[in-house]
Design a binder for this molecule. Structure first.
Ligand code: ATP
Length: 231
């Protein structure tokens, strides 16, 4: 469904991604693991057209999409949940959700679908986004992305800054979203949670993929255990 081939991207004179090649098949949850600054967020932002792809190819559903503007990428069926959620604090929950479907008319069914995943958002639909808890804001950010009816969901650090119980809840829902038919590319520093939910994974080190395998094999890999799973 998604293929990156030898992708280079960066900032100023520096290439942060130095030839990334990875693949996500329809129906999969694929995770990209890596330390701070490895280039995980840059990878997602390059796929969704926010960062410039300097070299290489990005192919989605058979079409070359590198350097297509971000709003067009959404129309192609890719939505991103950015690191730090970036919800609109002065819009209500419902207005935030409607922004996710900016490119078409919203119908009640879609709202009901995200409210079924996150019932708390239904209760809070008139509340300003900025007044939600961190976990609720993450739920809102995921729901907003789902409102665009993506085929592929890009998730950037959904566990960031959240209590373990909430993280577990969010990961259960990530699994459910996948089971309902959405393919997922997940970037995470919480390698333990990511490998538990993912089918396959890649390890990114200073802008290069150094390892790829099934999630199960990565969990048992000594190098991954030492560097990303706390020994
Ligand atoms: P983290 O988990 O800490 O977010 P990451 O793997 O997602 O790390 P990126 O955010 O992709 O890493 O950043 C990769 C490198 O690119 C870092 O060295 C970072 O300082 C640099 N970088 C990121 N955004 C910018 C920017 N807007 N301008 C210049 N350099 C940037």
């Amino acid at each position: 469904m998604l293929k990156l081939e030898n992708v280079h991207a960066g900032y100023g004179s520096i290439d942060v991604l130095r030839g990334i090649t990875l693949e996500v098949a329809e129906g999969e949850i694929v995770t990209v693991l890596g330390a701070n600054g490895a280039g995980k967020s840059t990878t997602l932002m390059t796929i969704c057209g926010i960062n410039h792809c300097r070299q290489g190819h990005i192919v989605f559903a058979g079409k070359a999409i590198q350097n297509i503007p971000a709003h067009e990428i959404v129309r192609h069926g890719i939505s991103q949940v950015p690191e730090g959620r970036r919800i609109f604090p002065r819009l209500t929950v419902r207005e935030n959700l409607e922004m996710g479907a900016f490119h078409r008319h919203v119908n009640g069914d879609e709202l009901e679908k995200v409210f079924a995943l996150f019932p708390i958002l239904k209760e809070r639909q008139s509340q300003f986004g900025g007044t939600l808890s961190g976990g609720e804001q993450q739920m809102l950010a995921i729901s907003r992305a789902l409102m665009a009816r993506p085929k592929l969901l890009l998730l950037d650090e959904p566990s960031l800054g959240l209590a373990p119980m909430i993280v577990a809840q969010i990961f259960d829902i990530i699994r459910e979203i996948n089971q309902q038919g959405t393919t997922i590319l997940l970037v995470e520093q919480n390698a333990n949670m990511a490998l538990h939910v993912a089918h396959r994974g890649y390890v990114l080190q200073t802008g290069k993929i150094v390892l790829q395998d099934t999630a199960k094999n990565l969990m048992n890999n000594d190098e991954v255990k030492k560097s990303y799973l706390g020994g």
